[in-house]
Design a protein around this ligand. Structure first.
Ligand code: SF4
Ligand code: SF4
Ligand code: FES
Length: 342
């Protein structure tokens, strides 16, 4: 019979000062899941072992734990897969990171309920057509089908770099759901508007796009992409005054105008701090440092760019282009290259 050792992080705040690891040797069988192995321990070796589980089929999202340092749903993770992946029959099981431990593998998820309420994470339907019901076309469903699968397991929050930085960010799953309802044609327009405000106030721009949520979501959702879609909806709705939206438009305009990313003018474009940019250039010059972020436009680049703009205008696809800003950028570049900008 094959066996494995589960090394479990135990903690009972009523009697332990510190968490500690305890080893359990268990028999394994083909297809046995980590949740089944925890249940085996509880039923046969130590009834005080505490963990959360309900549906046993990847639906309720309650059994997420760290296995060998990575978050998984215990009920969907075969023991043999972990042994194979880590080439060891010693399996370390800990509670999800970044959450307060209540006991052993059970963490405090109360915050989830508060987030659901604060983000209004349910559909607020418009009045359906008279004598009929809403018909949602397959094309529309495809836009948010994946996000609808979110089971609120909080794995994405446990790995989120923005949450780690302790910035005022509400965690990926809230934006997954926000996007899901924004894309739903049955929802009232005023509710969608409210969602954008909530997302803005919940620091949607604080996501670092590290993609860890994408790599770990057990339902193959891409929370980082949903966040980008919510950001896009915010900008398209005309809410362009937040630093995040200004940063986005700064990067887009510079890339569009010059083909390069330019962070030198970031303080000016985002925080209206022209002085900081000038001071920086001055200091660099004083120390003989080349200001490498000032783009050097290849010959003919602007002519080519103008050609593209004209083509876009003819196609009617000019929604995202801020011509005045581009012209301002052109002028700045010219002045800098000629040494006129001090
Ligand atoms: S987005 Fe994925 S990882 Fe995050 S709560 Fe939903 S299902 Fe879990
Ligand atoms: S991509 Fe954004 S939301 Fe996802 S884990 Fe990284 S910082 Fe968090
Ligand atoms: S027990 Fe419900 S998702 Fe694992």
């Amino acid at each position: 019979m094959k066996t494995a050792t589960l090394r479990i992080l135990r903690f009972n705040p009523e009697k332990d000062k510190e968490p500690y690891f305890e080893d359990f040797n268990i028999p394994t069988s083909k297809g046995m899941t980590i949740l089944e192995s925890l249940t085996y321990i509880k039923e046969n070796l130590d009834s005080s072992l505490t963990f959360r589980a309900f549906c046993r089929s990847g639906i309720c999202g309650s059994c997420a734990v760290n296995i060998n340092g990575k978050p998984y749903l215990a009920c969907k993770t075969p023991v043999e897969k972990i042994i194979e992946e880590f080439a060891s029959s010693l399996i370390i099981i800990e509670p999800l990171s970044r959450f307060k431990v209540i006991k052993d593998l059970v963490v405090d998820t109360e915050n989830k309920k508060e987030t659901i309420k604060r983000f209004n994470l349910w559909l607020e339907e418009k009045q359906p057509p008279k004598d009929s019901e809403f018909l949602v076309k397959p094309n529309e469903v495809r836009q948010y089908e994946k996000e609808t699968d979110c089971i609120l397991c909080l794995i994405c929050c446990s790995v989120c770099e923005a949450l780690k930085e302790n910035v005022p960010f509400s965690g990926p799953f809230a934006f997954v759901r926000t996007y899901r309802f924004l894309a739903d044609s049955r929802e009232k327009e005023e509710t969608k508007e409210k969602r954008l405000e909530i997302a803005l106030n919940a620091s949607v721009w604080s996501c670092l796009q590290c993609q860890k949520c994408v790599a770990t979501c057990p339902k193959d959702i891409a929370p980082a992409d949903a966040i980008q879609k919510v950001r896009r909806a915010i900008v398209r709705s005309g809410k362009k005054e937040s630093p995040g939206a200004k940063k986005l438009s700064h990067y887009l305009n510079w890339i569009y105008a010059t083909g390069q990313i330019n962070r030198l003018f970031l303080p000016a474009d985002v925080y209206n701090n022209e002085k900081a940019v000038k001071e920086f250039i001055k200091t660099c010059k004083e120390h003989g440092i080349e200001v490498w972020e000032i783009p050097h436009l290849p010959d003919g680049f602007l002519a080519l760019r103008d050609l593209i703009v004209r083509a876009l205008v003819e196609e009617g696809d000019v929604e995202a282009i801020d011509f005045k800003k581009i012209r301002k950028i052109d002028e700045k570049i010219e002045a800098l290259l000629k040494g006129e900008e001090k």
